[in-house]
Structure formats: C-alpha cells, structure tokens
Design a protein around this ligand. Structure first.
Ligand code: C2E
Ligand code: CA
Ligand code: CA
Length: 806
C-alpha cells in the first residue's frame, strides 16, 4: 500500500487542533470582550457618578444659599418694613460676613424696575440681568452658572416688603468649591473648560479653573476635536507621561463650558492588561494540554490499528495462529471499537481456519477424484498435466532429459464394439496392470483417456532408456490375454519424445509423443517411434491442406474421373470406378490418397460423398442415353458416410430423381468400414441391397477381414488390392494369395476384380486363374468425366476392349 502522509492520529489531531484553536480564540476573544465591556461599564459608572455628584453639589449650594437668603429676609423682618432701607442696611452689614461664611462673592438688590438698590462690591461686576427679570416676572427663585473669567453660580430670589413691593436679591458664589468638592469626593482631577469657535472655525479650548491645571493643560493640547466629542459622549482614554487617563466631559448649565473629570486609570489599565495576559496564557496552556491529550489517545488507537493491519496479511498466508498472536495487544481499561475489531478479527481467523481445514479436506477428496482414473486407478490426464509441469520445472538441465511415451492400443475400438464395453473395461484394466509392471519407481504412468496411456521418465541420463521401455511395453502387451475364457492378442503403438535443451511445456511434449504414436499407427501399429521435426512439418502441411480443402469445397474444385473395368474372359466393358480428382489452384492435381483421409477426419467427406453419388447418377444417365446398357458404376464409400443416417434416404431420393435402377451402382467398402458391429452393418447393407445396389470389398487382403465375417455379409464383389498385383509375377507368395483369394471368392459365388493390372502378363495370369474382372492402366487410366464418352467410343468399340485381340 502507498505510504500515507497523514496517519489517522494526525488527521484527528489536526481536526482537533483546528476545533480547539477556534474554540480557544472564540473563548478568549469573548473573555477579552467582556473584560473591556466591564471596563467600559466601570468608566461609565464613574462618569455617571461624577455627573451626579456635580449635580448634587450644585443643588446643595443652591439650597444652602436659598435657605440662608430666605432666613436672612425673615430675620430682617422685611415683610414688616414698608420699604427696603432696613433690608439694604442689614445687607451691607452682613455682606462681609456672608462672603466669609457662605463663599458669596457679591450681592445685588434690584427693585421691580430693575434699579440697583444695593451692591456689595465691585470685584466681580458680572451677573445675569435676564435671570433677575425672569425672577421678577415669575416671582420664584432661580439659579444660573455663569463663566466669564471664572465660573460663578448666580441665585436670584424675590423678596417682598410690607408695602408689597418686590425686589430681587441676587448673589453669586464661586464654583471653585464645587470643583474642589468633586475633586475630593471623586478622587479625580476636575476642570472647567470653555470651548469656543474662532472665526476660522477652529475650536479654542480655554481652561477656566482646575484642580490640576498643569496636567489638564497638557492633556488639552493632545485632544483633537473628534476626541473631544468622544470625551463628551463616552469618555476618552489618553496616554500622557507614561500614565493612562480617562477624560469625561459634561456640558454645564452655562453654554460652551464643560466640566471635565480626568481620572488616572493607569493602575486599572495595568490590572486589566494583567488579566488579559493571564487569560491568554491560560488559554494557550489549556489548548496545548488538550492537544497533547488527544494525541496520546489517538496514538494508542493508531498503534493498535497498525498492529492489527500488519498482522492481517498472515490470514492470506493461512497463518491463523500467528495472526492471533501478532494481532494481540494489551487489554484496555476502557475497551473501545478497536478492541471490538480485534476480537472480530480473531473470531474471523478462527472461522477461516476451520473453513480452510474443510476446504483442504474437500480438495484432497476432489483431487483424488479429479486426479485419478477410477477404472485403472492410475493417475489421470489432469495429474499428468500437473506432474509433468512440475517435473519440467524441477528438471535439472545438465545432461539430463525427460522422456514422454504415448501408448495407444491398436484396434481397441473394434474389440470394444464387438465385445461390449464391460469386456473393454476389463481389457483396459489388464493392460494397465501390465504397463504398471514396466513402470520404474521414479516414472509416472497415467491413463490419458480411452485406450491411451502416457509414461513420463524424469531425470534421464541414458538416451536408450525410453526405447528400452518402449520395447519392454511392446513385448509385455503382446503376450496373450484371457478375458472370460476368451483369448486376445493386443498390440500397441508407442510414440516417444524427450524434452530438449530448449524449454518445452507439458502440452507440447504430449502433442509430440502423440504425433509420433500416430505415425506408428499409419504404418500399421505395433511399434514405437521417436518424434522428429518431419512429423511436425507433416502436421503443419496437413493443417494447410485442411484449409485449402475447405476452400475447395466452397469453390467446387473437385471433379470425377471414371476408370473402366473389363470382363477378362470376353474383353467386354464391365463397368467403371468413380475416382475423385482435386485440382489445387497452385499445386495442380492433388492425389486422393493425400486429401481423402483429411476430409474423412473432418467429416467433410460426407457432403462431398453425396455430390459424388449424384455425379455418378448423372453420368449413368448420360451413358444410358448414349446407348450403353451393360455397366455398373462403382462408388467408393467412406466409413463415415456408410453410417451417416442420410445415406439411405439420399440414395433413394436420387434414384427416384434420375429414375434409375440401383443395379447400375456398386458401393465399395473398405475393411475399415467393416469394423462396425455386425448388426449395424447388416441393417444398413440390407436396406441398400433392397434398392438393387451392389456391394464390393475394396483393397481386399490389406486389412483383417476374415472369411467367416465376409460370409455373413451380402457382398457381390471382392477387389484384390493392387499391391498384390504388382508383385504377382516375381513373388510367389503374392501370386499364391491372388490365386487362393480368387478360388475362395468364387466358392462363395462372388465376383473378383483385380485392381492395378498394368501388363498383359498380369492379365494373362489372372485369366488363367479364372479372375472375373480386371481394372488397371493396361485397360484404361481413370478418364475425366467429360472425356469418357469419346474414350469409350475409341477404346471400346461395340463394348469390346480394342486391345483385347492384340
Ligand atoms: P482405390 O479405391 O483402391 O482406387 C484405385 C486406385 O488405384 C486409384 O487411385 C486409381 O487411379 C489407381 N489405379 C488404377 N489402376 C492402376 C494401375 O494399373 N496401377 C496403379 N499404380 N494404380 C492404379 P486414386 O485415384 O489415386 O485413388 C486413390 C484412393 O483414393 C482410392 O483407392 C480410394 O481409396 C480413394 N478414393 C478415390 N476416389 C474416391 C472417392 O470418390 N471417394 C472415396 N471415398 N475415396 C476415393
Ligand atoms: Ca476403390
Ligand atoms: Ca482399391
């Protein structure tokens, strides 16, 4: 698996760190926000209390003045005097006293016409006449704060004499007292500041009075217009000389004059900053601690998961106990999903182990069935494949080779068909036992299938060893066998091959041995042959031929030739044998012996055979039309075609189609065809005979047909093979065979055809022996179908062979 960049703990850790970071930042900023909110609130409270105290002081001074002035008028008994002279006299007497005790700066008395009746002095000549008029009008006391050079409080109070005249007594008292009272009660510096706009629009700030003029002036210089508004609305923080100040301002009753409270909040700010720092540090520590905790927890989970995943491949290697041991980890105090997973994996491994055990058991049983042949108990084809591959891979190359022998029983099919499968099986068992006797300790013997057996000789150093084994097998098998009191003599064909230096695979070796075995079969069986490259090339040629034949069938490249047959005694035309011809587009004429076996093997001979039969019928029709009446056409029939279910219906159909009698035709069967079971043979033959068609046995003497066998069949004719003819003049044995065959066949009242008559001597000898019919180059070569009519006219005038009399 690709190594990963982020393991599970890291992923979770990263996620946790992000979450924690967010939480910490949120929490800290919330805390900080609250702290600054609290700070602001405290400032607000302070500002508010300054404001309240200021108002309170104002009211106290006002009330104090009012009470005193009222009690003063009562004391003077103004209401009992008809004018204000006594009152003014008292005022003059008491004014110094009042200035001293009540902080009153100046006293005025105006009559209702605003004429000044009394003035205590000239030091502070300003007061507000408007307020006096207002009091006169409203007849109730009123106050106002006035700031010119300094700030004073003016109180105007109506007084009434006995004659009902109203005068207004006005006093002013300095506001410095309020400032100092505020300074003391708030423990803050206070100042009165006037703000006025100059012609240029600039705002001038002027300090009227202050508890700490130096500081206030320095601060004032730093404050911009914008900041001044801030100071009015919510307070302004300023840094000066390493100290932190909070400036709050309120507008006084007198316009443009502001009461300003300046607090040194350095300590407070320092404490606040200390808190902030603490909060931050705590958050950072908490954050770090939690990250560490998560990492430790995740690390443990990850280690356990890793251990489990490292152990898992052991399951695929079937090391179940090893897996359980390796996947083990310390029991957790608090079990979790990983423990569950491990437990499940453990249970799975136990189940897998049991399952594997069962599978192995079944595999063994299946292997036995799959790898051994039930009949002979020999290893079967599967085992051969497996073992051969194994042997090939472990074969040491130095001077050692591996040999494969392919053994096939000759004519086993005939025995099986004639005696039945049960007997066939018994025979196979006996053969297997004999083969086993020949098999060496290190050699492998298998039943490849049917009647085929394969020997494998691994690690061979002696080149003769496979041949010795082959001849041993040939000898051993040839010894007579007895099954149910019946004696048999079997033979085998053996093909052998050895593994060369070049690497070969099991299939190739078997194929080579099989090819060599077929070569033995073609040469009559009962022998052994080693594979060689020619065999391979022949097979290749055969494959090419097969392809060409497929094309030939499609493109109608076939034609027929007819070879005349003659009655020896009279020289009269007896009939013809139809022989197939193939003109290959590049190779020219290809002999039938070469392509007929190929067509027979692929069963393509069957449709071609029907075409030949139809051609023969057409030829028969044309001969009849030309006036020939005494002839028969011999048609070669392959074994495959003889048993084809379509044969009988097709023959019937074609005879009907061309309105011909069956007696014009003869079917030539080879001894290979007669291998079929006797019942099948008789059944087919009798149906064909019923159509009037004759039967001939072709190539007589080359096969194994016994006379007793022949007797049972409805045969009409026997064709002596041309191989006997060629040797009859020089070879006494061949002559003897021909002579005895003729004599024997005639006893059976069958006709004899001698094939391959090439010389007059042969013909004469045959005549002497009483042979009925001759066929051969002497009389005529096979004539291509279109030329037949002309040929007959020339060489068989009036039906008699022209050369007869020569
Ligand atoms: P076969 O049935 O034994 O045919 C006779 C063969 O002997 C023919 O060879 C013929 O040309 C040849 N022959 C005739 N007279 C002489 C002679 O005086 N000397 C020599 N040396 N040979 C002679 P061909 O035509 O090459 O056929 C070979 C084999 O091919 C046939 O042997 C037959 O088994 C098979 N065959 C030919 N035509 C057909 C066919 O139409 N159907 C089937 N199934 N097989 C056919
Ligand atoms: Ca023939
Ligand atoms: Ca023949």
């Amino acid at each position: 698996m690709r190594p990963f960049v982020f393991s599970l703990p890291w992923k979770i850790l990263l996620a946790t760190i992000s979450a924690l970071l967010c939480m910490t930042v949120l929490q800290t900023s919330l805390g900080l926000m609250r702290m600054s909110e609290e700070f602001d609130q405290q400032q607000q409270v302070k500002r508010e209390s300054a404001r309240q105290q200021y108002l309170q002081q104002n009211t106290i001074i006002e009330q104090q003045l009012r009470v005193w002035l009222e009690s003063f008028s009562d004391l003077v008994q103004l209401s009992q005097h008809p004018d204000f002279s006594v009152f003014i006299q008292h005022l003059a007497e008491q004014s110094a006293n009042m200035q001293l005790h009540l902080n009153i700066e100046q006293i005025w008395l105006h009559n209702s016409d605003m004429q000044l009746l009394f003035n205590s002095g000239q030091q502070t000549p300003y007061f507000s006449p408007t307020l006096v008029q207002k009091v006169l009008k409203q007849q109730s006391p009123s106050t106002i704060n006035l700031c010119v050079q300094s700030c004073v409080k003016q109180l105007s109070l109506p007084v009434l004499n006995a004659s009902g005249e109203v005068a207004v007594m006005t006093v002013t008292t300095t506001l410095v007292d309020i400032l100092s009272a505020l300074h003391q009660s708030l423990n803050s510096d206070v100042a009165l500041i006037r703000a006025s706009k100059s012609a240029t629009g600039k705002i001038n700030r002027e300090l009227i009075s202050s508890s700490n003029p130096g500081l206030i002036k320095a601060l004032l210089q730093k404050v911009s217009d914008l900041e001044a508004d801030l100071a009015l609305s919510e307070g302004l923080e300023l840094h000066h000389n390493g100290q932190q100040y909070l400036i709050s301002a309120f507008e006084m009753q007198s316009q443009g004059v502001y009461l300003t409270v300046v607090d040194n909040i350095s300590d407070f700010v320092a404490t606040n900053n200390g808190y902030r720092r603490q909060l931050l540090i705590t958050s950072v520590f908490l954050f770090g601690g939690m990250v560490l905790l998560v990492y430790l927890i995740m690390r443990r989970i990850s280690l356990r998961l890793k251990k489990l995943s490292q152990a898992l491949p052991l399951l695929s290697q079937k090391q179940y106990a090893g897996f359980r041991q390796q996947s083990q980890f310390d029991a957790s105090i608090w079990p979790d999903e990983v423990d569950l997973l491990r437990q499940a994996a453990d249970e799975l491994s136990i189940e897998l182990e049991q399952l594997n055990h069962k599978v192995e058991q079944h595999t063994n049983e299946l292997e036995k069935v799959a790898m051994y042949d039930l009949l002979t108990t020999l290893p079967n084809r599967n085992m051969l494949q497996y073992q051969l591959e194994r042997m090939l891979s472990s074969q040491s190359t130095e001077n050692k080779f591996l040999a494969v022998l392919f053994v096939d029983l000759d004519d086993f099919k005939r025995i099986n068909d004639s005696l039945g499968h049960a007997q066939g099986d018994k025979l196979l068992k006996l053969v297997a036992l004999r083969l086993k006797d020949c098999c060496g300790v290190n050699d492998l013997l298998c039943r490849f299938g049917g009647d085929e057996f394969v020997f494998v000789l691994p690690q061979q150093a002696d080149a003769d060893a496979p041949f010795r084994l082959a001849s041993q097998v040939l000898q051993r098998i040839q010894q007579p066998l007895t099954i149910d009191q019946q004696n048999f003599v079997m033979t085998v064909s053996i093909g052998l091959t050895i593994s060369m230096a070049t690497p070969t695979d099991a299939d190739d070796l078997i194929r080579q041995a099989d090819l060599a075995m077929h070569e033995v079969k073609v040469n009559g069986g009962n022998g052994a042959q080693a594979y060689n490259l020619d065999m391979y090339q022949r097979v290749q040629q055969r494959v090419l031929l097969e392809q060409d034949l497929k094309e030939a069938l499609l493109l109608n490249q076939f034609s027929l030739s007819f070879q005349p047959q003659m009655t020896i005694a009279t020289g009269a035309l007896y009939g013809f044998e139809a022989l197939i011809r193939w003109r290959h587009p590049s190779r020219g004429m290809v002999p039938p012996d070469e392509f007929i076996p190929v067509l027979e093997q692929s069963r393509q001979i069957v449709p071609l055979g029907y075409w030949i039969i139809e051609q023969c019928m057409q030829q028969c029709l044309s001969l009849l039309h030309s006036g020939w009446h005494h002839f028969r056409i011999a048609i070669n029939l392959s074994a495959e075609q003889f048993v084809d279910p379509e044969l009988i219906p097709t023959l019937k159909r074609l005879l009907d189609k061309y309105e011909l009698q069956g007696s014009y035709f003869e079917l030539e069967l080879t001894e290979r065809t007669l291998v079929q079971s006797i019942d099948t043979m008789l059944n087919i033959m009798s149906q064909i005979k019923a159509m009037g068609i004759h039967f001939a046995i072709d190539d007589f003497g080359t096969g194994y047909s016994s006379l007793s066998y022949l007797k049972k069949m409805p045969m009409d004719c026997i064709k002596i093979d041309k191989s006997f003819l060629s040797g009859m003049l020089d070879n006494a044995a061949d002559f003897q065979i021909i002579a005895s065959t003729i004599a024997m066949v005639q006893k059976l009242q069958l006709q004899v055809v001698a094939e391959g008559v090439e010389t007059r001597e042969q013909l004469e000898l045959l005549r002497q022996q009483g042979c009925d019919i001759a066929q051969g180059y002497l009389i005529a070569r096979p004539i291509p179908q279109p030329e037949l009519a002309g040929f007959l006219e020339e060489h068989f005038p009036k039906g008699i062979w022209r050369a007869q009399s020569l």
